[in-house]
Design a protein around this ligand. Structure first.
Ligand SMILES: [Mg+2]
Length: 274
């Protein structure tokens, strides 16, 4: 893994701008700081600003475990393409896949409530029903190891068995046949006619993208991680601001150069953003 904010990393970012590229990001822990109460997660002001500037210049997407509805509340119209439920929810998925996922989740939820509802609550585990996937949150559990063990005990009882996607103090379960973040990114690239992409994420759920055998995708993980398949890393979440700013500035520089060459001065302003 290499650090992204070096000459080499920056030149890889710059290379993305020579072709039509998709810029895609995870939400929690990547664009938004991880917070104790997940309902309060939001985009910091500089990130929102630079993300908006990027979206005006290039195809930009968020691919998150949250539902699209939840993401929409947090990002508004800053980013045009939102994919939720770990890759399962968005314009790229057929209605049949969505319906099957919904039916599967409904069945799981019913079994969980009937057989384990009381126990999970007592252990401090909150089960979030995201219609097409479920998330077992145990960030606020008194004894996290016990809570996690209980979650895995419950998961073994689910039928059909789910695909398990581990997050930070959360265990997500997704219907096994549902597309993951990697599949969602590739489909979105195809639909938007992009021949390259940047994807930044912070957690195991993002390894579905990092491990794609596709060299067109520049993969970046927040936090250096020995077992990650991502090629680059950022040291901390706040460095996202610098990445976004740098891409926007480079796009504008390229536009300016092209504009001058043709004598029309097409440089876009960034509305006073520095
Ligand atoms: Mg994340």
């Amino acid at each position: 893994m290499e650090y992204l904010l070096t000459d080499r990393g920056r030149s890889e970012l710059e290379a993305l701008l020579t072709v039509r590229s998709l810029f895609a990001f995870d939400f929690d822990g990547t664009l938004a700081k991880i917070v104790r109460d997940r309902h309060t997660a939001q985009l910091g002001r500089p990130i929102r600003l630079w993300l908006g500037e990027l979206a005006k210049r290039a195809p930009t997407a968020i691919i998150s475990g949250r539902s699209v509805e939840d993401l929409r509340v947090r990002v508004g119209n800053t980013v045009p393409y939102l994919i939720g439920n770990h890759g399962l929810e968005g314009l790229h998925v057929t209605q049949q896949v969505v319906q099957q996922a919904q039916d599967t989740c409904r069945g799981w939820n019913q079994l969980i409530e009937e057989r384990f509802g009381t126990e999970l609550t007592r252990c401090g585990v909150f089960v979030e029903d995201k219609s097409y996937s479920l998330s077992f949150h145990y960030r606020n559990a008194g004894r996290k190891d016990d809570a996690r063990a209980l979650v895995f005990h419950v998961l073994a009882e689910l039928s059909p068995l789910p695909r398990i996607v581990l997050g930070k103090a959360v265990v997500n379960v997704v219907p096994a046949a549902a597309p993951h973040k990697g599949a969602a990114l590739l489909e979105l690239m195809y639909q938007l006619n992009c021949t390259a992409a940047l994807y930044i994420g912070d957690d195991d759920t993002d390894e579905d993208v990092f491990s794609l055998p596709d060299t067109r995708i520049l993969t970046v993980r927040i936090g250096k991680n020995k077992i990650s398949a991502a090629r680059f890393f950022l040291k901390r979440q706040t460095e996202i601001t610098e990445v976004l700013r740098s891409i926007v500035k480079t796009v504008d520089r390229h536009t300016h150069i092209r504009g001058n060459r043709h004598g029309v001065g097409l440089a876009q302003t960034t509305n006073g953003v520095e």
